[in-house]
Design a protein around this ligand. Structure first.
Ligand SMILES: Cc1ncc(C[n+]2csc(CCOP(=O)(O)OP(=O)(O)O)c2C)c(N)n1
Length: 361
């Protein structure tokens, strides 16, 4: 199956794959057009993201970060999809999608502050087109259609991309958003990272549907089902969806098959209670970094020294950014109230006054 329309999608369960697990190209006609430098940059970002993930887990254990949802295993979906966007496009992430935010321009120390619940973790620099991570499952799907409606009304050639898991596809918001995007022909990409589990609930207990991509059919929007461990398939599908969106072709649902190697979050989840060791190692063999590294090595585009350099760069960047987060002034509750509404309703004005009185003591 290739990147197809919704109607064509029916009966096609085979995900789009460009690279085989050994890094060889098996689908040359679907190869995205990327320069050698761009290919190297994708690898750099995936390695960087893996190191950052390991550091974030360790910082959380030290009590220096709050909420952390591990991303290892999902680097291809995160890095590849963002890479296919323009910086003008708008990202609506979930709590796991911090890499897309950072690669789209959010300074890393701000996502660290978000993890700590600090108000500065949600106020991004002007021109960085990212909303703060959504915790309410699938709420970002409806918000993305709103952003896309804005683009359409203003005649702007941009897409809104929203990221969500397999569990999110059981929420009403997901269906409502696709329906709305279909009716108004909106430039939205619904990017589903199907990692097989909603915390401990496996896909088979989530839905009786043969897959997630097929759920686009009723909304009359396009869809693609892709190998989410193959970063080139991710780039290609997102590029096609983006082109479709900005050229008036409407929304696309992308289902990317992936796996999170770690726990759902660092807040007490133990995946060994609901996943087998065999399943885990089967997916680890599909590691997106290994596959893409093999592809690049064959082309003479990646070496051990390159890898080492990125690992050092990532460690140094995380250290510098966590320091910056530590140095940010402590948040005041009154500031949190301030950012909630353009004009505060009277009851919040009252609460703010109470806090201001306390904070000034
Ligand atoms: C509306 C809502 N219901 C329940 C939760 C609790 N919750 C947090 S994460 C999660 C599982 C989500 O799984 P999935 O959508 O597959 O995303 P993943 O974390 O696997 O990427 C649930 C049920 C929530 N945050 N919001």
């Amino acid at each position: 199956m290739t990147v197809s329309t919704a109607v064509e999608h029916i009966g096609h369960n085979e995900p789009l794959q460009i690279l085989a697990q050994d890094g060889t190209v098996i689908n040359p006609e679907m190869m995205p057009k990327l320069s050698d430098e761009e290919l190297r940059e994708i690898m750099r970002r995936m390695v960087f993201t893996r190191v950052w993930d390991q550091r974030a887990i360790s910082l959380q254990r030290q009590g220096r970060l709050g909420f952390v949802a591990p991303v290892s295993g999902q680097e291809a979906t995160m890095v590849g999809s963002e890479f296919a966007l323009s910086k003008e496009d708008f990202i609506l992430p979930s709590y796991r999608d911090l890499p897309q935010m950072v690669w789209h321009g959010v300074p890393m120390y701000q996502v660290f502050l978000w993890s700590r619940g600090h108000v500065e973790g949600g106020r991004y620099p002007e021109g960085v087109n990212v909303l703060m991570p959504q915790i309410i499952i699938a709420a970002q799907c409806t918000q993305a259609t709103g952003v896309a409606m804005g683009f359409k009304l203003r005649g702007e050639k941009k897409v809104a991309i929203n990221y969500f898991g397999d569990g999110a596809t059981s929420q009403g918001d997901f269906y409502e958003a696709m329906n709305y995007a279909g009716v108004y022909n909106l430039p939205v990409i619904f990017f589903n990272q199907n990692n097989g589990y909603a915390i401990s609930l496996p896909f088979a207990k989530q839905t009786k549907s043969e897959n997630i991509a097929v759920k686009s059919v009723a909304a009359g929007i396009s869809s693609a089902r892709i190998d989410g461990m193959d970063v080139l398939a991710v780039v290609k599908a997102t590029q096609v969806a983006r082109e479709r969106g900005i050229n008036g072709g409407g929304a696309t649902l992308i289902e990317a098959l992936t796996y999170r190697f770690g726990p759902h979050s660092m807040s007490g989840d133990d995946p060994t209670r609901y996943r087998t060791g065999e399943e885990q190692s089967e997916w680890e063999q599909k590691d997106p970094l290994i596959r893409f590294r093999k592809f690049l090595e064959t082309k003479g585009l990646w070496s051990e020294q390159d890898e080492e350099a990125v690992i050092e760069e990532a460690k140094a960047h995380v250290a510098e950014q966590i320091k910056k987060a530590d140095e940010t002034a402590k948040m005041k509750v009154s500031e949190l109230i301030d950012v909630m509404f353009e004009t505060l309703p009277p009851h919040l004005e009252e609460q703010k006054a109470e806090y201001l009185a306390k904070e000034s003591k």
